[in-house]
Design a protein around this ligand. Structure first.
Ligand SMILES: *Cc1c(COP(=O)(O)O)cnc(C)c1O
Length: 408
């Protein structure tokens, strides 16, 4: 530890871009002939969009998804015009003009947004490229059955405007182009449940209805043959065979994490991309009976040694993992004792071989997994990585020397 750390950040998220590329390649192979849509919402699940998106782009990936319009616009700035970007979450007051002019493909989950997108397209003299989103049962976003019918009627109506003189209508760029149909599964991580097949069935019917409308309107709102069809997320992509749709929106697994309870990253041939590390900054011998951290929820049962480790809920670690979590120092697991505070936590190292300055692996391929932290914090690995806060430095690194999987 001779080098001086100039960033001042004590907790670091190392982002293994080789693992990211390998995961994308492995997932794409599994999905084929369906195509991979890389989901990079929520700061690339906490991994850092500014590292993750350019790394995927450099590896040849051109199809990205985010949730919000602001995420989409940021991604457009970052990657330029040569990528498809889909976003599906916006509200009645979201400015859609910028998204439409930036060529962001938008999910449509309300009838009203069809009007708003047509208006945005007219105002900006561009074409709004849309993915109709069907609620096939999740109950979250997407057009529920009655709204789905109304949306299809509206599309027919748009085509039958006063100017629907054949030659003219096909000569001008349409306000709206339906480029895709999408939905989202609720329980694809539990392969034994029947609801997934039911959702697929509802999705199939909606797909047939939409292609009928596109054919009726003679392709003026989009070509039924070229429609992009996507419903699968990571758990569906890893469990369904054959995979429904022409593409799949994959987030979690791209980052090397498993969405399934009974299989870990390695079982799935994936490599965790984030390695969250800190360091030992203080060490003290304490007598039996000594308390640890706020509330004294831990008391030493015997004479022992405490190591102080920067990293707390201000960095996005879960306070609910207090007295349950473990970290790894020099390859040995030690318990986090007492309450995890805003900035730091205490680790009981006892007689272990530990020095000030030692690296502490909070989670990563050579320490506890994000899934274990999920268990300790009563949540899931998705949340564990996504909640890593801005204070933590994201640094792009060479692959860590652990069984690296099939790096290419
Ligand atoms: C987040 C999200 C995904 C990606 O899900 P993963 O399980 O992380 O692969 C796909 N589709 C929608 C609509 C989402 O919100």
């Amino acid at each position: 530890m001779t080098s001086t750390d100039t960033s001042g950040a004590l907790v670091r998220a190392e982002i293994d871009v080789a693992a990211l590329r390998a995961n994308a390649a492995a997932l794409a192979e599994r999905l084929a002939p369906a195509r991979l849509k890389c989901v990079v919402k929520a700061n690339a699940y906490g991994h850092g969009i500014d590292i993750v998106a350019p790394a995927l782009f450099a590896a040849g990936w051109r199809d990205f998804c985010v949730a919000t319009v602001s995420e989409a616009l940021h991604l457009r700035e970052l990657l330029g015009d040569d990528v498809a970007i889909t976003a599906w979450l916006y509200g009645p007051t979201t400015d859609l003009d910028a998204a439409v002019t930036a060529g962001i493909e938008l999910g449509v989950s309300t009838v009203d947004s069809l009007d708003r997108l047509r208006d945005a397209a007219r105002r900006t003299n561009s074409t709004a490229r849309l993915h109709l989103k069907v609620d096939t049962g999740l109950g979250r976003n997407g057009l529920a059955p009655a709204d789905w019918k109304r949306a299809l009627d509206k599309l027919r109506g748009l085509d039958a405007g006063p100017e629907s003189d054949e030659a003219d209508a096909s000569a001008v760029a349409p306000d709206l182009e339906i480029v895709g149909i999408m939905s989202h599964y609720a329980v694809a991580d539990e392969p034994e449940r029947v609801e997934t097949a039911q959702q697929t069935h509802v999705f199939d019917s909606a797909y047939r209805e939409l292609t009928a409308v596109l054919d009726e309107t003679q392709g003026r709102l989009g070509e039924s043959g070229g429609l992009e069809v996507h419903i699968a997320n990571s758990p569906a992509a890893l469990t369904l065979s054959p995979l429904p749709g022409t593409s799949a929106r994959v987030g979690l697994s791209l980052y090397g994490l498993s969405p399934l309870d009974d299989q870990n990253s390695q079982d799935l041939g994936l490599v965790p991309v984030m390695r969250l590390v800190s360091q030992v900054v203080n060490l003290k011998d304490v007598p039996s009976g000594h308390g640890a951290s706020y509330g004294f929820t831990f008391t030493a049962a015997a004479d022992t040694r405490f190591a102080l480790v920067p990293g707390g809920y201000g960095d996005g670690l879960a306070r609910s993992a207090s007295n349950r979590a473990e970290v790894s120092i020099r390859g040995t697991r030690y318990p986090v004792i007492g309450r995890i505070a805003m900035d730091q936590m205490i680790v009981e190292v006892g007689a272990g071989e530990v020095s000030i300055g030692d690296e502490v692996v909070i989670f990563g391929p050579d320490g506890p997994s994000a899934a274990e932290w999920g268990t300790w914090a009563d949540t899931i690995n998705y949340e564990i990585v996504t909640r890593i806060s801005e204070r933590v430095d994201r640094v792009e690194v060479e692959p860590h020397p652990v069984d690296g999987g099939g790096l290419r």
